[in-house]
Write a protein that binds this ligand. Sequence first.
Ligand code: ATP
Ligand code: MG
Length: 434
Amino acid sequence: MSAQIIQAIRGMNDLLPADIPAWQHLESCARELLAAYGYQEIRVPVLEHTQLFKRAIGEHTDVVGKEMYTFTDRGGDSLTLRPEATAGIVRALISNGMLRGQRHKLWCLGPMFRHEAPQAGRYRQFWQLDLEAVGCPGPDADAELIAFSARLWQRLGIAGSVKLQINSLGTADSRRAYRERLLQYLGAHHARLDADSQRRLEGNPLRVLDSKNPDMQDIIRGAPLLTEHLDVESRTHFDELCAMLRGIGVSYEVNPLLVRGLDYYNRTVFEWITSSSGAQNAVCSGGRYDGLIAQLGGEATPAVGFAMGLERAVALMLSAAGAPAVTAPDVYVVVSGAAAARQALQLTERLRGERPALRFELNLGGGNFKAQFRRADRSAARLALIVGEDELARGVVAMKPLRAEGGQSEWPIADLAAGLDAALAAAGPAAARG
Ligand code: ATP
Ligand code: MG
């Protein structure tokens, strides 16, 4: 009887070695830029008390209403796998006493979990890069955050695939007034609203504006606009943000229908979208959340942040430039004769100590000469180092360039690192594995 194969959970992906170069490229570009902008990393747990997300994100949002992975643990506590990072980061700032009028620029990278219908660009475990600028009330913080994302697109080579949409949600007060007007309008068209919108009408009517249903677009186009009902401060904040973006040459489009799916936003909201992937078109979304920290019991502190969906960013990178190549080793160590295996390991370890920047791939598990050279070739290494019984007996090791012309040479073991340098210099530049 054969053992039954256990499948992966639907919507939760393995990132295989072939996928990793693109991810690592994205992450290293991001890390470099984060350091350059003065952001510090924070790592928060994947699990939090369910109440945290309910209070932060809002009971009437899709995320809390139908997407959370919630369970009771062995101690009887209701816990939830984080569907986003902001709530956990704010919780961490409060529980570690980090507010007290201080400013923080923080980033966090990791997997998030939402029980959604899996499809291209929409998964149940997905990765986000999250940035939060805490303690800064002005539009300069919003603008710098957006500048960061624009620069990251440039570094990743996908600036041409995304465009920025911005909007202002005003303050909680001005939004309440607008909500009444919107309810009146939508109420007058109640019969024409789809089931989803009728449901949203009760909890969070602004989310009706976010509907992707084509049949709803006429009604949405006729709705009163939030931007026409902004309070004076929010209007000034928004105008200043727009001026700053123009000042640094970041193009944007004002989308008065952009409302975002989480309840905690106020004033600035923004989204980087692509035209390529339909309903999964948001690559990076964020906004200001001046009320959230107080709402979670912390000292009232303004903040602004965003989350970038890494699967969607990687997909854009792949379609813009193809997969980056896996870095090939510099040296493939061929082992000739069973007795040489111990010596080959010893020599390779010695060279790894003497030349820490080089990549060595030691042939493991034997194999005949021909098979080993086939592997060496497939590895795309520049140089083969041949550790053989005969050569060892004479106190030498042989070397052979694999990507360039040139015959086999020998070098004394005592002075191997210097010989390796010379042979690598002659063997030409590093190649990338295909
Ligand atoms: P969407 O409108 O696509 O559902 P959202 O508004 O729910 O996105 P946010 O909660 O703002 O998304 O998350 C920020 C980013 O995380 C999104 O812009 C997107 O790139 C990514 N993201 C969100 N949900 C998923 C998912 N289920 N799978 C993959 N990426 C996601
Ligand atoms: Mg969503």
